[in-house]
Design a protein. Structure first.
Length: 310
């Protein structure tokens, strides 16, 4: 979520109006017009399938398409269209770029075909709807829409449509955030702060609180009360470094070194944020149960403060 001052002008294309978890067979389509014609997905030498979602202007002009468009708008402007489920200043598109379309930005189409799946996070098989509920609870620091709620149905429909033609059971190129191998030197707070000030602060603010215009979040807060909570995947340095390396600065993804990506991810995740909703009254016990990972800073002391114990 680190945006380049050189690319702030890309906001209208990449942050808000056209922003962007993913396949299904033809027989499962709820609308005859929901499967736009396009070339079949191709397989590369690694075995991963290259996939391109349908264009926004090909959303079907029928009752199903109406719900798909609702899902798109919820995804783009979650604050306005699903604010009752949101507890911070984020919109879905802040972590899933180009309206959930962009590869290596946890695209919605790749996530859709990945469920049902077992998740170690909650130790059971999750449906896609449950995965979306988790996004609201953790990344949006809010509350989960009930199964069957119109908000959840619209988001599922949008994801289903984006995944039109994608193969079930395979591996799609660009799914999730790419893994960035650990650099030669351990991630460092001071180096990360320097990267942040040089590459990120103009858009996200020196205090990490982002920017808003006319009451709408333009550049999202990266820590603090209006950011994602300690249960969100982005609080993990490994996940954050993958997103940052592939996508930030905005429009210049891939230009940071692995070292810079890990350093600035550590810097971002070394700040306090809303409590993990699974908190059991003890930071130490909550870390032991949910954050027992070398790339999670929850419960760790940074600059004399134990994160999560505000």
């Amino acid at each position: 979520m680190f945006f380049s001052p050189l690319k702030a002008g890309l906001l209208a294309m990449a942050v808000f109006p056209v922003y962007s978890l993913a396949a299904q067979g033809e027989a499962a389509s709820p609308s005859a017009s929901a499967s736009p014609s396009r070339p079949a997905a191709a397989v590369n030498t690694s075995g991963a399938v290259a996939f391109k979602p349908p264009s926004a202007d090909s959303i079907p002009d029928d009752e199903f398409g109406k719900i798909v468009r609702q899902g798109e708008q919820i995804f783009i402007n979650t604050q306005k269209n699903a604010g009752q489920f949101v507890g911070n200043s984020l919109n879905c598109v802040n972590c899933h770029l180009d309206a959930g379309r962009k590869s290596n930005s946890s695209p919605l189409w790749a996530a859709y075909i990945s469920y049902p799946a077992y998740r170690s996070k909650n130790k059971h098989v999750n449906t896609f709807a449950e995965r979306l509920q988790g996004c609201f609870r953790f990344s949006m620091n809010g509350k989960a829409p009930a199964f069957g709620d119109p908000t959840l149905v619209a988001l599922e429909s949008y994801a289903y449509w984006l995944a039109t033609g994608a193969p079930v059971g395979g591996t799609l190129e660009g799914r999730g955030y790419p893994e960035v191998k650990k650099p030669a030197q351990p991630a460092d707070y001071a180096r990360g702060e320097k990267v942040y000030q040089q590459k990120c602060a103009l858009c996200h603010g020196a205090d990490g609180q982002g920017q808003a215009s006319a009451g709408k979040t333009v550049f999202p807060p990266l820590w603090g009360e209006k950011s994602f909570n300690w249960g969100a995947g982005m609080h993990d340095i490994k996940n954050a470094s993958g997103f940052i390396k592939a996508n930030m600065p905005l429009g210049l993804g891939g230009t940071l070194t692995e070292q810079e990506a890990w350093d600035v991810a550590l810097f971002m995740d070394s700040h306090e944020r809303p409590q993990d909703p699974r908190f059991n009254g003890s930071v130490e016990e909550t870390r032991k149960k949910y954050h027992d990972s070398p790339t999670s800073l929850y419960g760790k002391s940074v600059n004399g403060h134990v994160l999560g114990a505000k």
